[in-house]
Write a protein that binds this ligand. Structure first.
Ligand SMILES: Nc1nc2c(ncn2[C@@H]2O[C@H](COP(=O)(O)OP(=O)(O)OP(=O)(O)O)[C@@H](O)[C@H]2O)c(=O)[nH]1
Ligand SMILES: [Mg+2]
Length: 183
């Protein structure tokens, strides 16, 4: 009994001290731009990510290990090796990209299969560009309702301009705090 209580306490401490958040999405969608916004509140000129970046950051007083993966097809095949113990997925979508139907569909299928109990925050990025789709256009165009995904929120934003960052952080915090309360 004592041992069980101590294990539960350990688990609570672990959860409250560190959360694992993955940033996923196709190449060029803006994952590293989001990583930089969350870590530095700045954007930098970046090359396509080879492999991944991972760093500990504080989001609304929560300790988060943020993983930013390269979105090229070779790397996507390796993503699932890093899925263990994920608390939240942030999926970044280029809202001007109407041509990646198949690739995005593969990602939705992967998430549905490998991370079925994990919340997904969708960032509909590049809203500053004129052919950027709205949230409802996105839902229709990619037939999102056919996937069994735990989408907690869709936020349309321009990460280069830094719009909606407060809302993004608030939603990350809300999902993570609820995970802690599940124990
Ligand atoms: N216009 C516009 N460009 C953006 C926005 N967000 C990111 N970009 C640009 O899109 C390009 C790709 O951004 P990254 O953040 O490197 O994309 P990524 O998803 O990390 O790409 P990979 O690492 O190759 O998978 C860069 O030139 C960014 O400046 C945005 O909101 N609007
Ligand atoms: Mg990148």
């Amino acid at each position: 009994m004592g041992k069980e209580i101590s294990l539960i306490t350990q688990k609570m401490c672990m959860k409250s001290s560190n959360y694992k958040v993955l940033i996923l999405g196709l190449e060029g969608s803006g994952k590293t731009t989001l990583f930089d916004r969350l870590k530095y509140n700045e954007v930098y000129i970046r090359y396509p990510t080879i492999g991944f970046l991972a760093d500990n950051i504080i989001i609304s007083k929560l300790n988060v290990t943020l993983w930013d993966f390269g979105g090229n097809s070779k790397m996507i095949k390796l993503w699932s090796k890093y899925f263990n113990n994920t608390d939240l997925v942030i999926l970044v979508v280029d809202s001007t990209d109407y041509s990646s139907n198949e690739e995005l569909s593969d990602i939705f299928t992967l998430l549905e299969k490998e991370l079925k109990n994990v919340y997904i925050l969708i960032i509909l990025n590049k809203s500053d560009l004129k052919n950027s789709m709205s949230e409802s256009e996105f839902l229709d165009y990619f037939h999102i309702d056919k996937y069994n995904l735990k989408i907690c929120k869709i936020i349309r934003t321009s990460l280069v301009k830094g719009t909606e960052m407060k809302d993004i952080k608030k939603n990350i915090k809300n999902v993570l705090k609820n995970i802690k309360n599940d124990y």
